[in-house]
Design a protein around this ligand. Structure first.
Ligand SMILES: [Zn+2]
Length: 263
């Protein structure tokens, strides 16, 4: 399986002083300086060599002394095609009289396999630890090698710019995505609750209005009834009045008649 990362097995030949140092023995300052120089020379040469195949993102040299790890070198390219270019070009070649043994490495990042305790200076297993202990490389040296790489291969810088833009875009997307996620979860729930609340309020208002209208209608009907009743009563009264008047008239005339008859 092709990956962005290649491991070159036992590519770095530790000078004896470096092995002694890695085992925890005391060595002279002179030996230590020479060991560092040896390491930095190797790192520099390899970085420049590898950067001809593609953009080198990470280059690490293992400090472990276990048989399967000693001298292993990890390189992570920006992409798989750069890694495969390097892999194919170096297959069967020699590096300082050592046949290059290479494998694609499954790590996403080289540091995924690192010993965290070693980084903190607390690894008790020492040089025989099975997690990766990486040799310290001067950060200024790494930076100058990167600068040189981008100078010699300006097309890699485009990767950087694209990556930067992509990251920004992703960030923009992710921010809107995250708001969408929020929308799906809490916000959506809140919105629905608000809708429901609004619906209930509207519904309630509607009900109240309806009730009031009904009440109004009821009132109107009642008023109408009362009015009619009043009119009826008035009519009745009028009728009574008319009746009384008619009756009086009748009685009066009868009285008159009687009195005339009496006369
Ligand atoms: Zn360790």
């Amino acid at each position: 399986m092709i990956s962005q990362t290649i491991v070159f097995k036992h590519l770095y030949q530790n000078p004896p002083a470096a092995i002694a140092y890695a085992k925890g023995s005391k060595i002279s300052d002179e030996d230590l300086k020479n060991a560092i120089k040896h390491l930095e020379k190797f790192y520099e040469d390899l970085f420049i060599e590898l950067s001809n195949f593609g953009e080198v993102r990470e280059l690490r040299i293992v400090d472990n002394l276990a048989e399967h790890l000693i001298g292993n070198v990890y390189v992570r390219f920006n992409d798989e095609s750069s890694a495969s270019k390097a892999f194919n070009a170096l297959a069967g070649k020699y590096y300082r009289s050592n046949l290059i043994q290479e494998e694609y490495c499954p790590f996403m990042k080289i540091t995924d396999g690192k010993c965290k305790r070693f980084e903190e200076g607390k690894c008790l297993r020492g040089a025989l630890c099975n997690f990766l202990h990486f040799k310290q490389i001067n950060k200024a040296l790494i930076q100058s090698l990167r600068d040189e790489m981008y100078e010699n291969h300006p097309e890699y810088r485009k990767n950087r710019n694209n990556l930067f833009q992509r990251k920004q875009r992703n960030h923009e997307h992710s921010s809107s995505d995250s708001s969408l996620d929020g929308y799906d979860n809490i916000k959506r729930k809140n919105i629905i609750e608000k809708w429901n609340a609004k619906y209930h309020v509207e519904k309630e208002m509607e009900e109240r209005l309806k009730k009031r209208t009904q009440e109004k209608i009821g009132l109107a009907i009642l008023e109408e009834k009362l009015k009619r009743r009043k009119r009826f009563d008035e009519d009745e009264k009028m009728n009574d009045y008319r009746y009384i008047r008619r009756r009086q008239k009748f009685e009066d005339s009868e009285e008159e008649t009687i009195s005339k008859e009496d006369l």
